[in-house]
Write a protein that binds this ligand. Structure first.
Ligand code: SF4
Length: 391
């Protein structure tokens, strides 16, 4: 397919595909799916070899959030029956993190529900970061605490944080339909604060919230313009008790196309399969490793993932290897910090080359998949419980 040859060439050169090319990836048929995976896999292997980075989530504070993000089981008014607890103590968080590191995780992601941290919260998290770093040599720590106020990113950096996560989640045009208590611009601002403080920015999306192909392409192009080092791709877990609890519209094939499109648009970035991997990719998870170079090990914030051992077996069976703490995740030009100037090949999306007036191809109508509520299990182990973590 000419489209795929073009996209591979561009991916190897870090050149931005046109919007029509990105839309065409999402519109490919199931007959072409393996060709799409093979093409995006070439780009993935060029920049990241066969390495898979493992990340481990520690939910520092669960539920009780005053914000109204429709997709979130921790939102205001959620009746999802998740674990609810306030801040873990540094030693509790450090113990949970150690289990993830022992399981092979290279990065620990410290997440807290809420609109954003108070300065006292930043103090708490700073103590937690120190405890984790003291106990786990070489581990990367990413904080994910919501919207940041001035100076907080710098304080987290000084405390030893390596990265900060804040997802854009969906397109600017539809953001107001998903959340009303903060704006898309608020989210962009926090990612920029993280960047400016010298933290490695992590920002991604959630697919499966009823968005169009155009929305998906919009958010991935916006991410390229923001230029994070890592892009988590979440597939909506439709929790009963949340406004999107009936939103079952992803198939494993569509998930693979979304990951491939993300890889073509952000070729040299850590593309991470995040929440919903087991629920939506199901037995197709190993194919997704040809597209993404990073996954979460074990459980998610409020839901259980497959056993950490099964994650490791899947990686080995598919012919990939777990990335070690002695290996550098990002390609040399990016790891050296040369790609954070918002210009040039790696940060210039949004206008110019990616704008096109041609009509996008329209995806074939596909039958809505069955709701797989049987695959959603609320997390009942690990952080905030007396049971051992899954790692
Ligand atoms: S995504 Fe974050 S801010 Fe939004 S409801 Fe969930 S915990 Fe709160």
């Amino acid at each position: 397919m000419d489209l795929l040859n073009t996209l591979v060439d561009k991916g190897l050169r870090r050149e931005l595909p046109t919007r029509d090319e990105a839309l065409a990836v999402l519109a490919t048929s199931d007959d072409d799916l393996l060709d799409v995976v093979a093409a995006a896999g070439k780009v993935r292997r060029h920049w990241f070899g066969r390495r898979v980075k493992l990340n481990y989530l520690v939910n520092l504070k669960s539920g009780l959030c005053p914000e109204d993000c429709s997709y979130c089981s921790q939102r205001l008014g959620s009746t999802a029956g998740i674990l609810k607890y306030t801040w873990l103590k540094p030693d509790q968080a450090s113990d949970a993190a150690a289990a993830g590191v022992a399981g092979g995780a290279k990065r620990v992601c410290l997440v807290a529900s809420g609109r954003g941290p108070t300065d006292r919260d930043v103090d708490r998290v700073s103590e937690t970061i120190k405890a984790i770093k003291d106990n786990n040599e070489g581990v990367e720590v990413c904080a994910c605490l919501g919207l940041l106020s001035d100076g907080q990113a710098e304080r987290l950096r000084e405390a030893g944080a390596d990265a900060y996560n804040h997802n854009l989640n969906t397109s600017e045009a539809t953001y107001g339909e998903i959340t009303t208590t903060h704006t898309y611009e608020d989210r962009v601002d926090t990612v920029q604060k993280a960047h400016a403080a010298g933290l490695s920015a992590c920002s991604g999306l959630i697919a499966g919230m009823g968005e169009t192909d155009e929305d998906l392409v919009d958010v991935v192009y916006s991410l390229r313009e923001l230029d994070p080092d890592s892009v988590p791709v979440n597939f909506l877990i439709p929790f009963e008790g949340t406004p999107l609890g009936k939103e079952w519209n992803l198939t494993p094939q569509r998930c693979l196309r979304i990951l491939a499109m993300t890889r073509f648009v952000c070729p040299d970035v850590e593309v991470r399969i995040a929440g919903g991997r087991e629920v939506h990719l199901r037995t197709m998870q190993p194919l997704a490793l040809h597209l993404a170079n990073s996954i979460f090990l074990g459980d998610y914030l409020t839901s259980e993932g497959q056993a950490g051992k099964a994650d490791l077996e899947m990686i080995a069976d598919a012919g990939f290897e777990v990335e070690g703490t002695d290996q550098v995740t990002l390609p040399e030009h990016r790891a050296a910090g040369g790609c954070h100037d918002g210009g040039g090949a790696c940060g210039s999306g949004g206008g110019g080359a990616c704008g096109s007036d041609a009509a996008p191809e329209v995806s074939e109508p596909r039958t809505a998949p069955d709701a797989r509520t049987d695959l959603i299990a609320v997390r009942r182990r690990g952080a905030g419980t007396d049971l051992a973590p899954n790692a």
